[in-house]
Every structure is written in C-alpha cells, then in structure tokens.
Write a protein that binds this ligand. Structure first.
Ligand code: FES
Length: 98
C-alpha cells in the first residue's frame, strides 16, 4: 500500500525517475525526498568521517541530511529538489560534512 494520500487528490501524469538504478514512479510537484519516503528508502547518505547513515530530518532544506547526487554530478538536498522526468538520483553518498 502506497503511503501517498489518495483520497480526493488530483495528480498530474506520472513519470519515471531513477533511484540507484531502479525506475521509480513520481508525480508532478513531488520532491525527491517525498519519492524516497513513499518508496521507503530511508537512507540518503553516509557520513564520510564516522560512517553514520543519514536521512531525511528537517524537511525544509536546513540540515543537509538528505543529500543525494543528481544526474551523476550535483549534490543537492532531496527535500528541496523537485522531481522531473528522467532524473537520476544516487543515495547513500559518502560526502562527508556538508
Ligand atoms: S531533510 Fe534537512 S535539508 Fe533535507
């Protein structure tokens, strides 16, 4: 069962993004963090110094615990990144302190 709210919600046409090589359905207006949560992907990154896993925490772009890599280059906050068709997301980055 999807944790997306379904009752009385109108969504646009779904599209696929890729998370760690897997195709994942997304909807217009969703952030990458929302898609991670809906798909029960709890871990966004690993801290390089102490190897502690990190994930969604503040949900408003402050903590950087949700850092993911987008399209093989930019490291962004998943909670601030809108999903767009064809986006490629890598989780569990070893990016150290941000
Ligand atoms: S959850 Fe804190 S910046 Fe994304």
């Amino acid at each position: 069962m999807s944790p997306r709210v379904e009752h009385e919600v109108a969504r646009g046409e779904p599209f696929d993004i890729e998370i760690d090589g897997q195709p994942i359905k997304a909807y217009p207006g969703e952030t990458v963090a929302a898609i991670l949560i809906v798909n029960r992907i709890a871990l966004a990154r690993t801290d390089a110094a102490d190897r502690i896993t990190r994930g969604y925490y503040c949900g408003m772009g402050v903590c950087w615990e949700c850092a993911v890599r987008i399209d093989g280059r930019s490291v962004v906050r998943a909670c601030k990144e809108p999903a767009v068709k064809g986006l490629k997301v890598e989780t569990c980055l070893d990016v150290g302190d941000l």
